[in-house]
Design a protein around this ligand. Structure first.
Ligand SMILES: *Cc1c(COP(=O)(O)O)cnc(C)c1O
Length: 419
């Protein structure tokens, strides 16, 4: 059984075979040099120390070769995005053919909807979670509007029941049973950003496909956090960012997945540019457009190499450690965090994230009744970096790559005092 003591937390760190990874990151510090207790890897992951050297390599080759770097650089820029594909595919449980790194998340969602949101007069509605991330909501509303539909009437929300915070899969089933003939697309956050709930995406795909709806998953809070098995889930498409759990730096590029079943369909409507045209004839310049197979067939532009270098620095770490080991530590770390919070002797605090480790990633969303943003401010003054969501929720993500058991112990001690 766990113990709520510093000694015990430090013992767990000693037994943790991933504990050495923390030293490979820059951990922000206060003015006296004390490490911050950083729990916002779900918002912006910390910087791996090797990122600088990966970016420096490309700066050096640009200085040395100019445009010739496309072929002459140590890591030639022409196929640079291909260096990321295998590790990225492993992280989300996909085949390399299905994955590409490009653009940013919301841009990719739109490009995917160009292909997979093909509404007709009678089948045009889109289902999202009621707690969907605002950017996703705006994106689907603008797609409805773009196709000439009413944004209120065309949007169906999958909501938690009265008095509950989490979504129930039966309620999605009911929506699709009753209105599936009018629904063209389900766009669902695989791990909800607000509650931290990890939904059964395979089940969601089955439910949507039973009524011929396309199914897309936003994995912003899933990639690098849980192991979503995208290929086996059967979802049609997915998109995610890399600056959260994938530690690739502010505003870095996103990932895109299109299921193999669509990989060779050249008739899908899509936008085009030179980068989704056949590699072999790309530079003949006068060829008619010939779209590439798989995820690469959604690219438009030649990609930003400096941002990709940062992604590569991070993916190399994931490749070395493996998602399996990270998940194993993550379940332990978040489990200990949950245990400590449940030890706090007050009725005002409640974890809204599922308690089943299979239904969550590392994040716990902690509701503090009657609290306001001053609590978040006090936590920050104590070097505890968390995310506050109105009206009363602290989102807190202990990340297995760099957070320790001691981090969560210290955090809960301070939270206890503040309450
Ligand atoms: C972080 C996040 C975004 C952000 O989108 P960008 O296009 O990268 O700015 C969108 N959707 C979800 C669900 C997110 O968690």
């Amino acid at each position: 059984m766990h113990k709520p003591t510093l000694d015990y937390a430090q013992q767990l760190d000693k037994e943790d075979n991933l504990a050495h990874l923390r030293a490979q990151f820059h951990i922000p510090k206060d003015a006296e040099g004390n490490d911050w207790l950083y729990f916002t890897g779900n918002s912006l992951g910390l910087q791996p120390k090797q990122t600088q050297q990966y970016i420096q390599q490309e700066l050096d080759d640009w200085a040395k070769y100019g445009v010739e770097g496309h072929f002459e650089a140590r890591n030639p820029w022409m196929p640079y995005h291909e260096f990321l594909t295998n590790s990225m595919a492993k992280i989300v449980g996909a085949k390399p053919l299905e994955v590409v790194v490009m653009n940013t998340l919301t841009t990719n969602l739109h490009l995917l909807m160009v292909s997979f949101y093909q509404p007709t007069k009678t089948k045009y509605k889109i289902v999202i979670e009621s707690d969907a991330f605002p950017s996703d909501r705006y994106a689907v509303q603008s797609q409805l509007k773009f196709h000439g539909f009413d944004t209120e009437e065309g949007l169906i929300e999958w909501k938690p029941r009265e008095g509950e915070e989490l979504l129930r899969i039966e309620d999605l089933e009911k929506i699709i049973d009753e209105q599936g003939d009018e629904i063209a697309l389900l766009l669902i956050g695989g791990v909800n950003y607000y509650t931290g709930q990890y939904l059964d995406i395979k089940r969601i795909a089955e439910i949507g496909h039973a009524k011929n709806c396309m199914v897309g998953i936003d994995l912003a809070h899933g990639a690098g956090n849980i192991s979503p098995e995208l290929h086996n889930s059967g979802v049609d498409f997915a998109a995610w960012c890399t600056y959260k759990y994938l530690n690739s730096g502010p505003g870095s590029l996103g990932g895109l997945f299109v299921h193999e079943k669509h990989a060779h369909n050249k008739d899908l409507p899509r936008f085009a540019g030179w980068w989704n045209h056949n590699k072999e004839t790309r530079f003949n310049m006068r060829q008619p457009f010939d779209v590439m197979a798989g995820g690469e067939g959604w690219q438009l532009s030649n990609p930003p190499i400096l941002s990709m270098a940062a992604i590569r620095a991070s993916l190399d770490m994931f490749e070395e450690v493996g998602m399996e080991a990270l998940r194993a530590k993550s379940e332990k770390l978040t489990g200990y965090f949950e245990y400590l919070i449940n030890q706090i002797d007050t009725a005002s605090i409640k974890i809204i994230t599922p308690s089943n480790p299979k239904e969550r990633g590392c994040q716990l969303s902690i509701q503090v009744k009657n609290a306001d943003k001053s609590l978040h401010k006090k936590l920050t003054e104590n070097n505890i970096i968390t995310d506050w969501r109105e009206p009363d929720v602290i989102r807190c993500a202990p990340v297995p790559m760099y957070n320790s058991f001691e981090d969560v112990f210290r955090m809960v001690e301070i939270l206890k005092e503040l309450l």
